[in-house]
Write a protein that binds this ligand. Structure first.
Ligand code: DQQ
Length: 521
């Protein structure tokens, strides 16, 4: 019998894992699917002490099609074990999820693990429910799916999908991401006694797509994907640092823009916004984040690091998409949120190196180089530095570098600058990060503001082959790069002004995922 392949499935399924595992650009301490396509993190949670990570998965190949729910578990948030696929689209023509099991969450329904997800049928997504066995390894779909039959009547919605579900005063509440045509993104709020029968309470908050332009880094889009409502802080009553946050990913006509969040107050059936913030300066490279509170009371977030290469290149590589490392979400001093890799990640650190404190002085003439190659090298690194920037100075850290005759052949550069007024900017320059001209690489520059109290910056940079996560005083910038030379030099210098390097620590990072995985565990 000849199998009919999806038009994009250039790599036979039995070769996919070998192809993905042999790709030198595949991250080794970030979670990726065994091969094929991965997008949003779903159902992130801790259940009976064990961490669960579900994710949007296509084991047929590195393209988005008839999405399933992959599943992995961990006891330490670092090493993950593949588990059987949790949800696959229904076979029947009328099955509400016959075209995909899209994003959703895991909740504890009186001891029964329960998934709430978006079933896709044709071009429409509707809320569906599945219940799990006590070990969370097999799932049974609710026969009455979809549990909400249609988007709110008399509202012209741009889309209607993705879920945030919680229990409040003994009743379930649910947000479904959406948008009101002609107005902006929104999240519809529902209530239920049993997770099966839902009453619409109304939109929690409606954005305004007319504010700003679609190219703006904080444009809120025409639809809000993957809404996530939580209280950031210790969770203890009366915590003065507590604040509510409504996270969403701004979407417009099929374009995934960037993750944003409102801080403000969730009260009654509404969210009273105080300020809008960019969640990650990498834009679509940290998309569709989802968070949970773990048993220790920490809020932990994962995001999807989209590809910087085109679909053809990803399909040939046999894999696409990787998750961020788990991040702590912390209240920041200015009322926003800060983010940091979970400390558990440090178990992967090897071969500690330091660089002596020194004063870095920018070149006398702009364009000249004042960059030193450090005695640290690798394509899997954890770098931590502390520096003090004088007004008008810029610190530059190059990674994944290959230098010849004092010039970068390939290099990805992280910069922190402080202007004359003391304002800080974190940026990533990918213009020289790859010599590849055939994969349609996204080399756009990425940047955003960082607080620099007294000019001080604590910079943390995680380099994992094609995945880069930067944290500057708690503000993250995530990106993907596709160098061709395999270089791992690290360079440091001042581009202008004077920078005092106070400390620099570097570690090689071990692999967290063994090879030899199977596509359908
Ligand atoms: N991805 C899912 C949707 C969600 C989008 C489909 C965000 O549920 O809206 O794979 O990346």
């Amino acid at each position: 019998m000849t199998e009919t392949l999806h038009p994009l499935a250039l790599v036979p399924e039995d070769e996919l894992v070998a192809r993905a595992e042999s790709d030198p650009l595949r991250p080794r301490f970030h979670f990726a699917s065994p091969a094929g396509w991965l997008n949003d993190p779903n159902g992130v949670s801790q259940w009976n002490g064990e961490y669960h990570l579900f994710y949007q998965y296509n084991p047929e190949g590195a393209f988005h099609h008839r999405i399933q729910w992959g599943h992995a578990t961990s006891t330490d948030l670092v090493h993950w074990t593949d588990r059987p696929v949790a949800l696959v689209p229904g076979d029947g023509p009328d099955d509400p999820d016959r075209d995909g099991c899209w994003s959703g969450v895991l909740v504890d329904d009186g001891g029964t693990p329960t998934l709430v997800y978006s079933g896709r049928h044709g071009e429409r997504e509707l809320p569906c429910v599945a219940v799990g066995s006590p070990d969370l390894l097999s799932w049974t779909k609710e026969p009455r799916n979809p549990v909400i039959a249609a988007p709110p009547a008399e509202v012209d919605v741009t889309a209607f999908r993705d879920h945030c579900v919680w229990k409040e005063n003994g009743r379930w509440r649910q947000l479904v991401g959406s948008g009101i045509r002609g107005q902006g993104g929104t999240a519809f709020l529902y209530e239920s006694a049993d997770l099966r029968s839902w009453e619409l309470l109304g939109p929690l908050l409606v954005g305004s797509a007319a504010d700003g332009a679609s190219g703006d880094a904080d444009w809120t889009g025409t639809m809000w994907e993957c809404v996530d409502l939580f209280s950031a802080g210790s969770g203890a009553a009366g915590d003065p640092e507590a604040r509510d946050a409504l996270v969403f990913s701004a979407w417009d006509e099929g374009v995934t823009h960037h993750p944003l969040y409102w801080t403000g107050r969730y009260a009654g059936d509404a969210f009273l916004p105080e300020a809008l913030h960019r969640l990650d300066y990498g834009g679509r490279h940290f998309y569709a984040p989802q968070s949970f509170r773990d048993d220790a009371g920490r809020r932990i977030m994962f995001g999807w690091l989209q590809e910087a290469q085109n679909e053809r290149a990803a399909v040939e590589a046999g894999w696409a998409g990787v998750l961020s490392v788990p991040r702590l979400v912390l209240p920041a001093a200015d009322g926003s949120l800060d983010f940091a890799p979970v400390p558990e990640l440090e178990v992967l650190r090897r071969d500690h190196r330091t660089v002596e404190p020194r004063v870095l002085v920018g070149p006398e003439r702009p364009g000249d180089l004042a960059t030193a190659v450090l005695p640290v090298e690798g394509v899997q690194l954890d770098l931590e530095l502390d520096a003090e920037l004088a007004p008008g100075s810029e610190l530059r850290l190059g990674v994944l570098a290959v230098r010849a005759a004092g010039r970068a052949v390939e290099e990805t550069a992280v910069s922190v600058s402080r202007d004359a007024d003391g304002n800080g900017i974190l940026s990533l320059d990918r213009s020289l990060s790859s010599m590849d001209t055939t994969s349609g690489l996204d080399r756009s520059g990425l940047a955003g503001p960082v607080p620099l109290p007294s000019g001080r910056v604590r910079l943390r940079v995680l380099v994992d082959r094609s995945a880069i996560e930067v944290f500057a005083n708690g503000k993250p910038l995530t990106a993907r790069v596709h160098p061709t030379l395999g270089g791992g030099q690290v360079t440091l210098g001042a581009m202008s002004g004077t920078v005092r390097l106070l400390s620099f620590d570097a570690w090689a990072m071990a692999d967290s995922t063994p090879d030899g995985r199977t596509l359908r565990p």
